[in-house]
Design a protein around this ligand. Structure first.
Ligand code: UT7
Length: 339
């Protein structure tokens, strides 16, 4: 490349100290599906699902329900919680891997439904790591000055992409949405989103995929090599979480609340145990939202946060460790401070 010689420097937006959390919200379909109900049509039982995955019930949307409506419900609640007017949101990021079609994206339609006029709007597909990827990007957008306030939503309608006769997936995945609003931190002391620790393992891409031989409402169906992913998650995710803590300049003992992706309660407990071996406190509160929400992929972390706030297990001033992982395989985590 040849350089044309000196030119006027490009002007950048003024940077700020960092991003902080302004609001939180979530939405789930009303319809509850219990393990016993699933056992009527699939060869499974309540005890197996509770013991091997930790799920007691999950929420499943109506066939004609739209993912973008679920996303908009969660987003509207988060914007209301932030105290901002929708007009003050400059960018909307929707983390999702279950839109019915690749085009159009979810974010622009979701913003329209919330009443946010003409924001930057794009989707992130990092599957179950999507919310943490979106949050990482949003925090850097705020910090770099390319957006003032950003709405990040994790929204999934996995029921559309399941083969309801496949017991290895139908008992695990569910529908839901969760959202967070970020804004600028006035100074370093009020920064509420730490640096993201992220990465991927493309050599394991085929372990979670849409399998054309399986049939969902929309075509092929979600398939996962459960044991391979289980082994990967229980060995590779604690180091990512520890890296996120280190990047934030903290130690595991500083973490009040741990909210990993809700893939399987046994994975959640295994990773929490490893963090405790590295100094995390015994009284660190660990999300177990999978019990009544199922595995909602990119929605699971913000859903768990919102539910933990509602039941008093997430409080103002808490230092919270997030880590998402899943198809790609992709993973991401960061430490946030709850306002
Ligand atoms: O969210 C994205 C990331 N995903 C994950 O992190 C998922 C990671 N993997 C897992 O959570 C677990 O591997 C699963 C929950 C998917 C499966 O649990 P598992 O303990 O690995 O079960 P398995 O596939 O090894 O199956 C154990 C046994 C088998 O029977 P045999 O061969 O031992 O007789 C299965 O046929 O359990 C049987 N089985 C079931 N039984 C009743 C498998 N699925 C079911 C079922 N109900 N739904």
């Amino acid at each position: 490349m040849t350089h044309p010689g000196p030119a006027t420097a490009l002007r950048l937006a003024p940077a700020v100290a960092g991003a902080r959390i302004l609001g939180l919200g979530s939405a789930q379909p009303e319809h509850v599906v219990t393990n016993d109900e699933l056992a009527r049509t699939i060869e499974t039982n309540d005890q197996w699902i509770r013991e091997r995955v930790g799920i007691q019930s999950r929420r499943v949307a109506a066939e004609d329900a739209l993912l973008v409506d679920l996303a908009a419900d969660a987003g509207t609640r988060a914007v209301k919680d932030s105290g901002l007017d929708p007009a003050e949101i400059g960018a909307v990021i929707v983390a999702t891997c279950t839109m019915p079609n690749a085009i159009p994206n979810a974010a622009a339609q979701t913003a329209e439904r919330i009443g946010i006029h003409a924001p930057a709007a794009f989707d992130v597909n990092a599957a179950c790591a999507g919310f943490c990827y979106g949050l990482g990007a949003a925090a850097d957008m705020v910090r770099g000055g390319s957006a003032g306030n950003v709405l990040v939503i994790g929204a999934e309608k996995l029921s559309d992409w399941l083969d309801w006769t496949d017991r290895s997936t139908a008992i695990i995945f569910a529908d839901g949405a969760g959202a967070m609003v970020l804004g600028a931190a006035a100074d370093e002391a009020s920064v509420g989103v730490g640096p993201v620790a992220w990465g991927s393992a493309g050599d394991m891409a085929q372990t979670i995929r849409i399998e054309e031989a399986n049939r969902s409402r929309l075509g092929g169906a979600l398939h996962q090599e459960g044991q391979a992913v289980f082994r990967w998650a229980t060995t590779q995710i604690a180091p990512v979480a520890l890296r996120a803590i280190e990047l934030a300049g903290l130690t595991p003992a500083d973490i009040d609340v741990f909210v990993p992706h809700q893939a399987n309660l046994r994975i959640v407990e295994a990773v929490a145990k490893k963090l405790r071996k590295h100094g995390a406190r015994d009284d660190m509160r660990v999300a177990d939202d999978i019990v009544h929400s199922g595995n909602t992929s990119s929605a699971s972390i913000p859903l768990a946060l919102d539910h933990m706030r509602a039941d008093g297990r997430l409080r103002s001033g808490d230092t919270v460790l997030l880590v998402g992982f899943g198809a790609g395989l992709s993973y991401a985590g960061q430490v946030v401070r709850f306002p």
